[in-house]
Design a protein around this ligand. Sequence first.
Ligand SMILES: Nc1ncnc2c1ncn2[C@@H]1O[C@H](COP(=O)(O)OP(=O)(O)O)[C@@H](O)[C@H]1O
Ligand SMILES: [Mg+2]
Length: 225
Amino acid sequence: MSKAVILQCQQLTKRYDQGDLNVEVLKGVDLTIHAGQRVAIMGASGSGKSTLLHLLGGLEKPTSGSVILDGYHLNKIGSSRLSRLRNQSLGFIYQFHHLLGEFTMLENVAMPLLIGKQPIKQAQQQAMELLKRVGLGHRIEHKPGELSGGERQRAAVARALINKPKCVLADEPTGNLDSKTADQIYRLMLELNQELQVSFLVVTHDPDLAGRMDHVLHMEDGLIV
Ligand SMILES: Nc1ncnc2c1ncn2[C@@H]1O[C@H](COP(=O)(O)OP(=O)(O)O)[C@@H](O)[C@H]1O
Ligand SMILES: [Mg+2]
């Protein structure tokens, strides 16, 4: 039996126009991610990987083509509906953790729930459980600056998953870590993928890490080859 399609794009193109200079970054990308699937994207720097993730995450609009998230055409819904859909259905992990320095780990991880208007007690309870799950139960009152790079990235994984999203989009999530720590983050992502049946789309330069996913896609000059 085939699993539900969570995220899909069809003939996706993106062009940046700067005066006479047109940069065609994506040239017609087709991609389908099913429930619980783990997909890696590899490719040279500048091939369009981050741009693709931005478009899939509804952070930027395509020049042409469509993105369908959980059954909704992103270019056919209004911006407040889009924000809500993004908040409910997607998690994001970046190369740099993007945790807020002024807030504790508990507050950082609870943030997407608070943005989604959950009561604070309930949000903190869930954040606490997930922080324990990623091995940071003893760190909840600390601020990001007091943790190691690996700990911060584990917290970023927790934050991406706190909304029980359908799919996590990760852009070089271990690019800033040593190989042992990167390995731990990958293992954690794969465990959570199994436990929660969350799909993962992960950009990485490491063939070893990519090889642990279900599929490896290669981007070259704005196309998946
Ligand atoms: N806002 C922008 N304006 C113009 N060009 C851009 C913009 N964002 C990205 N690009 C260009 O798009 C290409 C692909 O970038 P990117 O998606 O970041 O590649 P990757 O993540 O694979 O390294 C690069 O040539 C980059 O310079
Ligand atoms: Mg990039």
